[in-house]
Design a protein. Structure first.
Lengths: 115, 117
């Protein structure tokens, strides 16, 4: 119930194409869904995030689509560029028993954008 | 804004020594800091959550006597790996967030690569 399932594990896209990464969850107590981008040897950087009362959020070339009834959300990267090549993690936030918030992470998607 | 600085970025030391990693929030007050461990090509594994002025809450399976966490101020948390052994070699990452609504994201440092010989 605490899992966040992310797919695909790896993705290759041509420059200018659309990259799509999907995540699914079971626990309806999750209330905040961020996406992080991580380059090798670096910490994750917040890319974009959404709350479950919103069905879509767009920031530049990055869009989150959120389907509350299906418990699924996805990241779309429009006009993908070689500089977007990185590992992408979806996550879901939940308040635990100790009144702390924690993130439950997907396993990551390694994106390669070919020039 | 929301910059988290982690130091050192890389440390190599002999087995049996203790290593301290610092995590600082540079431009905001971090009421909560998190410590993660990440193995190559894997996801982040939460080790512990620390609130300023309180004892850290460790995830199941994480040895609290092995990984000492201190969060003495709103801008600094430290992780000390005591009596480190080769199996402790990993990429350790901290993150920080402020107290607030559920929309407050975690902001991450750039990690510390720990290699124990």
């Amino acid at each position: 119930q605490q899992q966040v399932k992310q797919s695909p594990q790896s993705l290759i896209v041509q420059k200018g194409g659309i990259s799509i990464i999907n995540c699914a969850y079971e626990n309806t107590a999750f209330d905040y869904f961020p996406w992080y981008q991580q380059f090798p040897g670096k910490g994750p950087a917040l890319l974009i995030a959404i709350r479950p009362d919103v069905s879509e959020k767009k920031e530049g070339r990055f869009t989150i689509s959120f389907n509350k009834s299906a418990k699924q959300f996805s990241l779309h990267i429009m006009d993908s560029q070689p500089g977007d090549s990185a590992t992408y993690f979806c996550a879901a936030s939940i308040q635990n028993a100790g009144n702390n918030r924690k993130l439950i992470w997907g396993l990551g998607t390694s994106l390669a954008v070919n020039p | 804004g929301a910059v988290v600085s982690q130091h050192p970025s890389w440390v190599i030391c002999k087995s049996g020594t203790s290593v301290k990693i610092e995590c600082r929030s540079l431009d905001f007050q971090a009421t909560t800091m998190f410590w993660y461990r990440q193995f190559p090509k894997q996801s982040l594994m939460l080790m512990a959550t620390s609130n300023e002025g309180s004892k850290a809450t460790y995830e199941q399976g994480v040895e609290k006597d092995k990984f000492l966490i201190n969060h003495a101020s709103l801008t600094l948390s430290t992780l000390t790996v005591t009596s480190a052994h080769p199996e402790d070699s990993s990429f350790y990452i901290c993150s920080a967030r402020t107290l607030g609504a559920q929309g407050q994201p975690q902001h991450f440092g750039d990690g510390t690569r720990l290699s124990i010989l």
